[in-house]
Design a protein. Sequence first.
Length: 418
Amino acid sequence: MTTSRHFHQAVWRWHFYAGIFCIPFILVLAVSGAVYLFKPQLDNWQERHYIVEPQGQPRADASQQLQAALTALPGSRFVTYRLPQSPREAVQIAVQYQGAKWLVYVDPYSLHVLDTRSDNSFISQWFKTLHGELLVGDNGAILVELAGNWAIVLVLTGLLLWWPKKWRKGVGALRFKMASTGRRFWLDFHKVVGAWLLVFILFFLISGLPWTTVWGSAFKQVRTWYAQQQVEQDWTTGPASKRKVWGAMISDTQTLPAHVLNNATALQLPYPTYLSVADHSKQEWKVDSMVQNRPKRETVWLDNEGRVLERRTFEDKARLDRIIGYAIAAHEGHLFGWFNQLLGVTTALGLIVLSISGLYMWLVRRPEGQLGAPPRTQVHGGVITGLIILAMLLPLFALSLIAIWFLERWVFKAKASA
């Protein structure tokens, strides 16, 4: 067997095992990610009933609106006041109630409470938790990160298997061969779809790393060590259900000065914008835009008279934070409007097609009662070098390689000799 053949066989074997492990996770993450791309639309749809009619009534004082919300859930504490987009939109006030975050929708004219709901009751939040931790907390977050690491291996080995041997064949390798039939058709289809979407798939996999438990935490520690001080990031790591649970300081205040609210509204920050207490002792307030397109976010601090104390925009962040901010906005589908969402959905559908076609080809060629894995071959230096580089960049992947080596070296070998 030639060196080239050994290399191809080794790459195919890693591609096969990465696929066997990743496919179930890829299907879940592709579907949940595609749905979460439409978070603003889904949230607006769920809040479609919270429309009020002024009917000639004057708008009630902001403190009265806050009192109505706190009274609706006795013992609750103020978290945020969302600035309405229009006079007909009910006021959303977030409170801490029985250890959880609840949203109270108040008619700002009649002070009638239209609804109270858990912050986790949104469809988008459910899909976010599914996408980030498979609905099972810390262990799920680790599994998602591990699947993402192995998906990178899957994509890179797929690229090596597809790569044309001659440059003049490169264009042909990007075309569907409609004359093919049976398994050959699916193999060609699988390769071409993967080739067209490779860059986008890799982008989504890599841009998701800052959120992860192991890689994200290690990345923050490295940044802290390099900066010689605690680093504040615009994103959090770990399980999705634990990220930005409150998003603002929990306060015992029961008053919201009208001039503070009016000045916060006059800033016209991108929607949704939230007003919260920034500092109890200094009586300072914070106005925070949490628009999905992160480069458009701004934060403004006001004193108790409504005067601007400080203003920070996306451009004030460190260069690395801005780069990751752009990547996260694109990952969530909001960096460049509806086309970003379309691109995200196309990539997710491509991942589903690749997973199903790969699974189908395996089932067709698999001998009955056997796994049907590619046969072992000689250890290839190029493959080992690539794995070492990936292990250095992806700590959880490195740990999984150690676990695989231990199982093959001690567990399976012991069983085979028994």
